[in-house]
Design a protein around this ligand. Structure first.
Ligand code: GLC
Length: 745
């Protein structure tokens, strides 16, 4: 469990000051001193301007738009612009701020660079399935270098919302259901976006979103109410945000949802008590799109002035788009309802980030056309995209090793996504052009595979007129590769679904294809867990390929033909039916845990309790065998360490990679504890016939939780520990913690 390191200790900044005449002279002056000097020169209106972000029409990511953007910039009313696209346009807007406004304060340019800018990588949910932090960091690094070469200096990412309901379309944007893995992924993403040096021309400022617990929307319906216990918020939902800040993220975005009855955008417990007082966050928080004014429909405030009042006093530093601050904040300060100190703190935080990234020294750093030409979609970036894509693929079924396919076999390539490029992009695909994606058909063509094609049906709709041609194609082939799934706009924001089957008549197509009597391999391109129960029962192989981005086709072909042995593991549980949701592995045991021989136990009459595929699950083309565990002690003392050792042998016919996962269970606690919790993992390559010996280390800190009194610490007692290939199985051991241990929170 990584602890939050106070990023408050800002390094001395070597600053190049732009003198009045634009001449530059270097000065080693602490950033905070520069901030205070500039702040002292600002009028109240200019301060409110820094707290205002307005959208340029470049891309539309919410309702409404902005009128008079350039006039507002010139008047000093805009501290940041979002959705402006392209170095040329951004340079023009920046020039207005830097040359025409009174104080010439450069602006931040924000954009949703979520999983790529032009070279699109797997959606975050897919990349997380690689369990490969270096790969995840690399995908964000490439995204940052491309975006930062085309004007952008701030990305609205990473989204680190824990999500346990696949009906929620935005599960696509995060790292799934687990708090431990979510922390590791969040840190890798921040490192990737911000890079080692925020002043580097290849870096963008990260924005940790959506603070907080947006993924807990009731019913999986986007923007819906979040109602969580304080303990669940502290234990499950907050840690990934905290981890992202510990990795140095400089900004956060407040979420649309309420928490504990108060919208996050005006929630002082979240924005001030937790984020600033407890965690020591020294960056700034921007609202989500119009989430300040949306506190009116929430019923938290009566009008825009009250919205500005609630948000400002809660500790929201910048308002995205709705203009409540611009219209009301100066008046609220003059009326004494918002303190000058509160406004000054907000502006200080914003200016500090601008100084930290060197924006005053070089406002046009990101507007470098030559660098853009060298960077955008260059070969290294495309190769990286293919590599991360392969690592993100999860093999869910492979009966009788029907995969990998032999190159000489004829393939019936069917399904609406078989030769589709646009939908490979997935949600939030930024500035990508779908035509530059490679489909699976492209991937097979590159390999000169003999293919008979038939679309069969659309992604949506009821038209089955293409079935016969698909069945005919199947009869002419050795194997059917059915490429099905969701369109890119069926997950992401405002894309919740209540039916998680393959959309339209895609399952019907599979049923028709079965009649052809050939092996069927399903390749699924989708943005969320789907209820593939019929498919699991009736198909020979299932490859979960998510939405992989620009290099989707070649990456999937690499897996289908065995050039890459899949090693992905699910980071979100796949339910059998929507009726089982919410369904996640680290659930409580209840007082009547399921017992097949006892009617009065926790169960359904019409479905099993178990998921279709559990968290951490994923197959390989080879087989791994886990030895019994070896524990360094069965009595862990305060201040002590427990080493858990296991040997994993590759007993199959291929080299492969395995993600060994370590789980614990605290058998008794002052509050009930989950039946399993991920506390470590290790991704290793093991050659066929070889074995690898791995060691995990546990300390009392890893066993800590928010106890009955909400204090943080570990409690004496018995624990179980497992190491295995998923949350559902593994070699088991036991130990005890000899006494209670308070752990700094
Ligand atoms: C959207 C999303 C948020 C995004 C923002 C700016 O509504 O909720 O994730 O960063 O607006 O586009």
């Amino acid at each position: 469990m990584r602890q939050f390191r106070n990023v408050g200790a800002m390094a001395l900044g070597v600053l190049t000051l732009l003198g009045a005449g634009g001449t530059a002279h270097a000065a080693t002056v602490p950033i905070d001193t520069q901030v205070d000097r500039l702040l002292a020169r600002m009028t109240l209106a200019e301060k409110v301007g820094q707290m205002t972000q307005l959208s340029e029409g470049g891309v539309v990511t919410g309702p409404g738009g902005t009128k008079g953007l350039e006039a507002n910039i010139k008047a000093g009313n805009v501290g940041s612009v979002l959705n402006a696209v392209g170095a040329e346009r951004i340079r023009k807007l920046q020039e207005i701020a830097v040359k025409q406004s009174r104080l010439k304060i450069p602006m931040l340019f924000g954009l949703d660079v979520i999983h790529g800018y032009k070279t699109i990588f797997p959606i975050p949910l897919a990349a997380a399935c690689s369990w490969d932090m270096a790969a995840i960091e690399r995908s964000c690094r490439v995204a940052a270098t491309e975006a930062a070469s085309d004007g952008c200096n701030w990305t609205f990412a990473p989204m680190v919302d824990i999500a346990r309901d696949p009906r929620w379309g935005r599960i696509a944007e995060g790292a799934g259901e687990d708090v431990y893995l979510g922390q590791q992924v969040a840190q890798a993403q921040v490192r990737g976006f911000q890079g080692p040096d925020l002043k580097a021309p290849t870096s963008v400022v990260a924005c940790v979103k959506h603070f907080a617990a947006y993924g807990a929307a009731q019913g999986g319906r986007d923007y819906n109410t979040v109602d969580l216990s304080r303990r669940t918020m502290l234990e499950t939902y907050l840690p990934p945000y905290r981890a992202a800040f510990a990795a140095g993220a400089r900004t956060a975005m407040s979420s649309f949802n309420e928490y504990d009855g108060v919208p996050a955008t005006g929630n002082k417990w979240l924005l001030d008590d937790v984020l600033k007082q407890k965690w020591g966050f020294r960056g700034f928080v921007v609202s989500d799109w119009e989430s300040v004014s949306e506190m009116i429909p929430h019923g938290a405030v009566a009008d825009r002035k009250e919205a500005a009042l609630l948000a400002a006093n809660a500790g929201l530093q910048m308002e995205m788009q709705s203009g409540c601050y611009l219209q009301n904040l100066a008046g609220l300060v003059k009326a004494g309802k918002v303190s000058q100190a509160q406004v000054d703190d907000a502006v200080r935080r914003i200016l500090r980030v601008k100084y930290e990234i060197g924006l005053f020294a070089d406002p046009y750093r990101a507007c470098d056309l030559a660098r853009r030409g060298r960077t955008i979609m260059n070969k290294a970036n495309l190769d990286a995209a293919r590599d991360v894509s392969r690592r993100s693929i999860v093999l869910l079924k492979n009966d009788k090793d029907v995969l990998p396919l032999a190159a000489g076999k004829t393939v019936a390539l069917v399904g609406p996504l078989a030769d589709d490029r646009e939908n490979m992009l997935g949600t939030w695909h930024c500035q990508a052009d779908g035509k530059q994606c490679k489909s699976l058909a492209d991937g097979l063509k590159e390999r000169n595979i003999k293919v008979v094609t038939a679309k069969g049906c659309d992604i949506r709709g009821t038209d089955k007129s293409g079935f016969d041609a698909a069945v005919k194609a199947a009869k002419q082939a050795d194997v059917v590769v059915a490429v099905l799934g969701e369109a890119h706009d069926m997950s992401g924001e405002a894309s919740s679904r209540t039916n998680l089957n393959l959309p339209g008549v895609q399952r019907d197509l599979l049923m028709a294809l079965k009649a052809a009597g050939k092996p069927i391999v399903l390749v699924a391109f989708n943005g969320r867990p789907l209820t593939l129960d019929w498919e699991q029962e009736n198909l020979n192989a299932i490859v979960e390929a998510w939405h992989l981005g620009t290099q989707a086709g070649p990456a999937v072909a690499d897996v289908l033909y065995g050039d890459y042995n899949p090693a992905g593991k699910l980071v979100a549980t796949f339910p059998r039916t929507v009726g089982q949701i919410p369904l996640f592995y680290d659930h409580m045991n209840t007082g009547r845990p399921y017992n097949k021989d006892d009617h009065y136990t926790s169960q359904y009459m019409d479905a099993p309790n178990e998921p279709l595929y559990p968290f951490g699950y994923g197959l390989s083309y080879t087989k791994f065998q886990y030895s019994p565990l070896k524990l360094s002690t069965t009595a862990l003392k305060p201040g002590g360490k427990l080493t858990v050792e296991v040997t994993i042998k590759n007993v199959g016919a291929r080299d492969g990679e395995e993600v060994a996962q370590l789980y614990i269970r605290d058998l008794v606690g002052s509050v009930n504890r989950p039946v399993k919790q991920l506390k470590g993992f290790c991704k290793i390559s093991i050659k066929k016939g070889e074995a690898r010996h791995i060691k995990f280390q546990l300390t009392p800190r890893d066993l800590a939780f928010y106890r009955a009194d909400l204090s943080y610490g570990a409690e004496a007692g018995q624990f179980k520990v497992w190491v295995g290939p998923s949350s559902a199985t593994g070699s088991e051991g036991a130990f005890r913690l000899t006494s209670n241990v308070a752990v700094p929170d």
